[in-house]
Design a protein around this ligand. Sequence first.
Ligand SMILES: *Cc1c(COP(=O)(O)O)cnc(C)c1O
Length: 505
Amino acid sequence: MSAPMPAGRALGAPLVAHDYEPTIFEFSSPGRRAAAFRTTDLPAWTAEELVPEAFRRTEPVALPEVSERDLVAHFTRLTHRQYSVDLGAYPLGSCTMKYNPKAADAGASLPGFTQVHPAAPASCSQGWLELLVELEESLCSITGMAAVTLQPAAGAAGELTGLLLMHAYHDARGQRRRRVIIPDSAHGTNPASVTLSGFEVTTVGTNERGGVDLDALRGLLDEDVAGIMLTNPSTLGLFEDDIVQIAEAVHEVGGLLYYDGANLNAILGIVRPGDMGFDIVHLNVHKTFATPHGGGGPGAGPVAVSAELAPFLPGPRPTRSGSGYSLTMPERSIGRVHSWHGNAVVLLRAWMYLRLNGGDGLKRVSEVAVLNANWLKERLRDTYDIPYERPVMHECVISAKSLHHETGLSALDVAKRLIELGFHPPTVYFPLIVEEALMIEPTETESPQTVAALADAFIQIAREARDAGNADDAKAAPRTTPVGRVDEARAARKLVVTFDQRDAE
Ligand SMILES: *Cc1c(COP(=O)(O)O)cnc(C)c1O
């Protein structure tokens, strides 16, 4: 039994909550095909000839049987239910959901790149190796570090790699250090990676300026400290101006400094983690350098290190040798952290992005990201609370604390109402140290008009509640989306990720 296709919606008509899109299985009709091959007189292998009996299916696999037309319509309708970076502003703080230039995608689709097997010998993949070496060199000059591994699959994988390098470094000195210090404003992946790598987390507090509490840090430092994980600017969007003193204090006890460089669009071409005293840096090229990401899509989290740590890097690494390129294993390598060369096509997009933004292009990227975030913060200052009174970098954290006390509207309500006004919501309730936090990252790809419209939407939501006494709209939002407000706790705890035809019958 196949479900009727949903009736067509007028072009441009908004999707409403009750538009039900069946699963592809519900369209299934026995014998229907999306593609059919012409029969030929050529002899064909049968399953009996190809697959030993023990491995053959006894029943046909339950796949949906649909026409190409219905298949394309189904998935196209699903894409129309989504919000994406290609549709509009996506100010999800810390995630850098910016528009990614299509030229990078076009380069990454060239058959000369995509049709090389990763196991091809170095002599047959010189172009690829050259590109990877050039990318490593660019990332070294951007971060101020000596060497890079391109293998880690994403930011969190880069963190784990960096922490394993920290282990290897101390091991080589015959030292067993147990603790890694992390500020209380840190991204959640930092403590998770520390624990996964076998270290213990020690938390350091934040001072009234939003930076690391230096006195508290000094009190925590001893020879059991393997290192500190920081991001600068912090997740509050603030530049850590005590960074030189922090680096000195940590190095003094023999610890290393790890830089969470997930959001490098704050500092490109302006300052470098290596110059601030960092020893290990991971970058999210999928946030900073042109790969659409989210929903678990592919990423890449290269890790850059100082010369002292280079011998421990994962390998084999692409290297210049004579006039060509080869793959070499660093002397004391921690081994592989990914098969082959890492997520090569994501790395290729990063290489393309760097070429597209030559000259002072990267610096301009950061200048615009920082300008947009500061402009937005200033526009919102009379409507929302500003927890730390300082210029911000690529993102700003504001608070709905007063709005909440006055009208009952929470940061969550503001975020949900924003969806109805045409924007993706910001990150909410993070960093944890800011009450009713709204973490907004307009990014460098949005025009002044878009950033102004975003600010207007934030202001409108607060005014509806304060001036018009209407908190109900925001509390009921979103009402214009295919799925309304969900019970967040239940949605996270009771995942239903499969479709069972028997339930539908
Ligand atoms: C996104 C992010 C990470 C994690 O990166 P993934 O690629 O999602 O694993 C780590 N730290 C910060 C500050 C981030 O914004």
